[in-house]
Ligand binder design. Sequence first.
Ligand code: ADP
Ligand code: MG
Length: 189
Amino acid sequence: RTAHFPAVKTLEDFNLDHLPSLRRDVLPHLSTSTFVAKAENVILLGPPGIGKTHLAIGLGVRATQAGHSVLFDTASNWIARLAAAHHGNRLEAELKKIRRYKLIIIDEVGYIPFDQDAAKLFFQLIASRYEQGSVMVTSNLPFGRWGETFSDDVVAAAMIDRVVHHAEVLTLTGDSYRTRQRRNLLRDQ
Ligand code: ADP
Ligand code: MG
């Protein structure tokens, strides 16, 4: 079972002291992976370096350990995959194939804007999993700005509506962990 995680990150390595505003019960709850069994979603929002990708991988690892099939990729790569299928007239088959995964992780929504065709493909991915399979999404943008990244307010609103219906939305706030580490390094010299 290959999840294609881009790095080795675990929940054990995640320093919760850096996120004092995060509800303390959230990660223990999500790490049980019952959200995957229930086809619920997880949305991780927050600025660059706050730990979204780390948490997504850590939770994804837990889900695989619980026996769920997981597939991780960036939003751009998900779109590329769907666009290729669409051009080959096999989008439905591809969506069906993706539905075999109990959890898909879509990292970095918001860094690279999508044109309207890409936004529609993304919508179809979300819609095809609605109440069928879990989606975990990370984004540097609050929902109010997803219309910008999808070049279409209506499609973005319809997508958000579906994705948040059964979801844990974690809005992470604070400094970049990378910046903090650099600052500590400089201070300790
Ligand atoms: P984001 O995806 O939000 O931009 P990342 O998850 O890539 O941020 O985190 C940036 C770097 O900082 C990564 O190397 C990650 O492992 C580390 N990191 C972020 N937050 C924490 C944390 N709370 N505890 C330990 N490492 C962290
Ligand atoms: Mg990231």
